[in-house]
Design a protein around this ligand. Structure first.
Ligand SMILES: C[S@@+](CC[C@H](N)C(=O)[O-])C[C@H]1O[C@@H](n2cnc3c(N)ncnc32)[C@H](O)[C@@H]1O
Length: 280
């Protein structure tokens, strides 16, 4: 893409897109086959993925598995649990099957608040604001590391006294330990009603450990924010106080899928955990 924007706006209002370092939203867009990425993003993926035996195709399979998990979890919450409000933090560049499209297909009155801190996602936010007439979508240019601010702004659209689906898919591994991801999750879940659900996917440090450590050592050299891989136990601790739904905290390819995810090797291929839990 080009980085030009309508010239009628004052330049101070324009999203500042930094093309000198790679950004998570843009590298993910590249993996999913999008066009909203720059050379620095593509190079970060190529450099990191060189440590996967299957190269970039392995990284693409992982990204597609994460997106499939997100769609499946939202559909489950909308269809089976009856959730009608979603707070999707770490939205990413709009893709096929955005959260509002999935949720509003099940229930047109669904309300969705999207949150991301990347200016390129802000630049695309208009795509996310095409709600059904009965429902609402809103976008917050906000940072997960400041959850109280997100909650304050989200409460203009969501009724926090009713259950909310809190979606943290592919984002907590971009939050460093010193920002205390578990405390962030607690703040969010403390503010929503019983019956709310938390959806998380998180890159794993204890599945194909050496390969993943090598991939992300290389990848992080190019990133604006480093990725932090965590163990099964570290990811499970994010759900303290919540009721994990079956099958628990499992590699994404063990999550019930419409079609099996595989690179053909027959082994676990997705080095990321996914889980859904209910606030009692
Ligand atoms: C890998 S993408 C995941 C997109 C989407 N959730 C999905 O699974 O398809 C991660 C997103 O999180 C956003 N992000 C990273 N750190 C963030 C933060 N501290 N606050 C808000 N958004 C953040 C990035 O800009 C990026 O769009």
């Amino acid at each position: 893409m080009t980085s030009s924007f309508p010239s009628a706006r004052p330049s101070s209002d324009l999203p500042q897109i930094d093309t000198t370092v790679a950004h998570a939203a843009r590298t993910y867009d590249y993996l999913l086959g999008g066009t909203d990425n720059f050379a620095v993003d593509r190079e970060a993926i190529e450099r990191g993925s060189a440590a996967h035996p299957g190269g970039v195709e392995t990284a693409r399979i992982n990204a597609r598995a994460q997106r499939a998990f997100l769609v499946r979890a939202v559909r489950y919450l909308a269809e089976e649990v009856g959730i009608r409000q979603f707070l999707d933090i770490g939205t990413g560049i709009p893709n096929a099957d955005n959260v509002h499209a999935v949720a509003q297909q099940v229930a047109s009155e669904s309300r969705i608040v999207y949150v991301d801190n990347d200016p390129i996602v802000l630049a695309h936010a208009h795509t996310l604001l095409k709600s059904t007439p009965e429902g609402i979508t809103a976008y917050i240019d906000g940072d997960l590391r400041h959850p109280a601010r997100i909650l304050a702004e989200a409460s203009a659209t969501l009724d926090l006294s009713q259950p909310v689906g809190v979606i943290l898919v592919g984002i907590l591994h971009i939050v460093r330990d010193d920002a205390d991801p578990a405390a962030i999750v607690s703040t969010l879940l403390d503010a929503v009603a019983p019956g709310s659900h938390l959806v998380v996917s998180h890159l794993a440090s204890d599945i194909r450990s050496e390969e993943m450590a090598d991939v992300f050592k290389r990848f992080n050299e190019s990133m604006s924010e480093p990725f932090v891989l965590r163990t099964h136990d570290e990811v499970a601790r994010l759900f303290d106080g919540l009721e994990l739904l079956d099958p628990g905290v499992v590699p994404l390819d063990q999550w019930p899928q419409p079609e099996p995810i595989s690179d053909g090797s027959g082994e676990t291929v997705i080095p990321a955990y996914g889980a859904v839990a209910r606030k009692p």
